[in-house]
Design a binder for this molecule. Structure first.
Ligand code: GMT
Length: 399
């Protein structure tokens, strides 16, 4: 079902009559965060491969909004009755799924980020079963990170997270590290066991995220780029301190892409550290391929990172990564081969790695070239999406 190269990203009409076509409903958050990006890219790639794909969310995810693929978008926000502090959009999503299922049928519901989407998917599947009409869809839950490590394990959600994980027809995690942590926290089967969490890595479109023509970059001030949602877990202030500690002067600038709770503290810190001229805040941008391929180094300073999709997108652009060795980052970036990894509290070490790549551009170029190779060989989107397709077909059984 892989399309020819010249078909890539071309909208194609969806017909569930086409042999082998699946009807897939994807649920995700509509944010700039990695889970929404990955879910949108999965929806687009499945549609490109001939499946009928519906995406359910409380808004249009930015990655879907910028694409032309034939994914049917269902924005479900709920009725804003004054009784509600905020309308329960997770229930509106459930309702919207049922509507689609009753009119055209869905084979698979694929929930991204356990809270609340696995719950919405579980409810929709239960309601579809009670209909006694068409067969109910199978529920796949993909865990992305903080849905297990922070949100899902908080006592306010942990019992429900545990329930939906065990009730899903299949659960996947985006790295071995996250699969292990899920098994430890929620006593699911161990990875590899039949009832265990399966690992399906995140992926990247290596035709869109690719090196710029004018690479290699061997001269001029180095451009260190960071992309995130500026949540505390990303430690943007810590990155600014590391950049200041690297004392690179006119040899480098730091470009920060994204927005979120740590934006104001980060701006204040730039003033306090006297970094004004060398740091720019670009806010949320869709032009990530251009920004990442124009970078000399990608910096990821997180205290937790189940995978690090932004780092993978940088690698596909042949940009080497300096990152903290947390969660699943080491499964994406091999230390000393595609980038440099540093212990999570080693500010001096992180500063030293930034300095090393800024001052040794030949090393940066070599790590960048290896990054591109790793992205293409291990994380190319069709290669990974085939794994999801096989999982869907396994759950549905023989046609
Ligand atoms: O878990 C989160 O913080 C949210 C999530 C998101 O929506 O941005 O990020 C996670 O999912 C990404 C896609 O799978 C991963 O690349 C990120 O590493 C992961 N973030 C964390 O684990 C902090």
């Amino acid at each position: 079902m892989k399309p020819r190269a010249d078909d890539a990203r071309e909208p194609r009409p969806c017909s569930s009559e086409r042999a082998g076509a699946l009807r897939v409903g994807i649920l995700c958050h509509p944010t700039y965060g990695g889970s929404g990006v990955l879910a949108s890219e999965l929806a687009l790639t499945l549609a490109e491969r001939g499946h009928c794909v519906h995406l359910f969310s409380s808004g249009v995810p930015p990655r879907l909004a910028r694409a032309s693929g034939p994914v049917e978008m269902h924005v479900a926000q709920g009725f804003p009755y004054p009784l509600f502090q905020s309308p329960p959009h997770d229930l509106a999503i459930t309702s919207s799924i049922l509507d689609v299922h009753r009119s055209g049928g869905l084979d698979i519901l694929h929930a991204h980020y356990a809270i609340p989407h696995a719950v919405s998917g579980y409810l929709a599947r239960a309601a579809a079963l009670a209909d006694h009409g068409r067969p109910a869809p199978k529920l796949v839950t993909t865990l992305h990170g903080t849905d297990i490590t922070l949100v899902g394990s908080d006592p306010s959600y942990a019992p429900l997270t545990q329930f939906v994980i065990t009730q899903s027809d299949a659960v996947t995690a985006v790295s071995h590290d996250l699969a292990r942590r899920t098994s430890a926290s929620f006593r699911t089967g161990m990875p590899g066991e039949p009832c265990g969490v399966r690992v399906v890595y995140n992926f990247v479109d290596v035709d869109i995220f690719r090196p710029l023509e004018q690479q290699p970059r061997l001269a001029g001030p180095a451009n260190i780029v960071h992309v995130s949602n500026f949540r505390p877990v990303k430690r943007v202030p810590w990155l600014l301190r590391a950049f200041a500690r690297a004392r690179l002067g006119a040899d480098a600038r730091l470009t920060l892409v994204g927005d979120g709770p740590d934006m104001q503290p980060a701006r204040a810190l730039v003033a306090e550290l006297g970094l004004g001229a060398s740091v720019s805040f670009l806010g949320e941008r869709d032009a990530l391929p251009e920004l990442l391929s124009g970078a000399d180094v990608f910096a990821l300073s997180s205290s937790e990172e189940s995978f690090g999709l932004s780092a993978l997108e940088a690698m596909a652009c042949a940009t080497p990564v300096v990152a903290t060795r947390v969660g699943g980052v080491g499964e994406v970036v091999e230390d000393g081969i595609q980038g440099l990894l540093v212990e999570v509290d080693d500010l001096e070490g992180f500063a030293g790695c930034l300095r090393r790549l800024v001052q040794d551009r030949e090393l940066a170029r070599k790590l960048g070239a290896a990054s591109r190779t790793r992205a293409v060989e291990h994380f190319e989107r069709h290669h990974v999406v085939e794994q999801y397709e096989s999982l869907y077909r396994e759950l549905l059984g023989p046609a």
